[in-house]
Ligand binder design. Sequence first.
Ligand code: NDP
Ligand code: 8X3
Length: 250
Amino acid sequence: MTKTAFITGATSGFGKACAEMFAVKGWNLVLSGRRADRLQKLQEASTQVAVHTVQCDVRERAQVEAMVKNLPDSHKDIDLLVNNAGLALGIKPAQDANLDDWDTMVDTNIKGLMYVTHALLPHMVNRRKGHIINMGSIAGSWPYPGGNAYGATKAFVEQFSNNLRADLHGTGIRVSNIEPGLAESEFSVVRFHGDQQKADAVYEGTEPLTPKDIAEMVYWLADRPAHVNINRLEVMPVCQSWGPFAIDRN
Ligand code: NDP
Ligand code: 8X3
């Protein structure tokens, strides 16, 4: 029986790579994001599997509810939700950060992820079948200067994932949180509000993770036998590790 994956933030980076990976593996797809032109390209590129694209801003609760309510019969039974849509905005210390950026991160990474999960869960529970893979980050566990609200949104994703598991106990539904480190996508261009030079500098001289690396891990999580739940998967490129604690000696 063909399975169906629902991927948010499928227009770029990890989400797009996941869409490509799951298509190769023969899964039908629901792909969402805000950029209609990119969704159209994804739709046009889909030849092997049935793809349903839907333009949706995950911050808008009514849009999310309508997106799920209006799924065509062919794509109603969701076997896997990849809660991937998200972003970082800014890298300034908290005292200088832009509060609108914080709002956008909270609205997208926390509230958007909650809305999509809440909309899809009842049907998964009725079917006693499904898997939710949330896109966390190393920033949810490890603080760094300028990580402030972004890291805190990803800490929410980690704890929400754990609590979902507790609530879904006995339903057969799996929940996993994947926590990547440095990975090259449009993430940094977005974080620096379109400044490509600053974004390029983040990856200069490094060998970061790629969206394909992440998609392979998402597929691996989804492909475990039904009785196996990977709770969290933290992954960094070899070029990334920890620094020492900062100590102010003055
Ligand atoms: P990209 O910027 O390449 O992709 C982000 C995706 O999220 C896009 O498809 C974008 O689509 C979508 N998105 C953003 N805001 C919204 C919104 N309001 N509604 C719907 N979709 C939205 O970045 P990545 O692929 O790197 O990021 C994907 C996820 O991975 C994010 O949650 C990010 O925090 C996380 N992550 C990234 C890491 C990295 O280093 N790259 C490391 C760890 C985690 P559109 O603009 O069309 O709406
Ligand atoms: C993205 C990884 O370290 O840039 O979530 O915050 S990091």
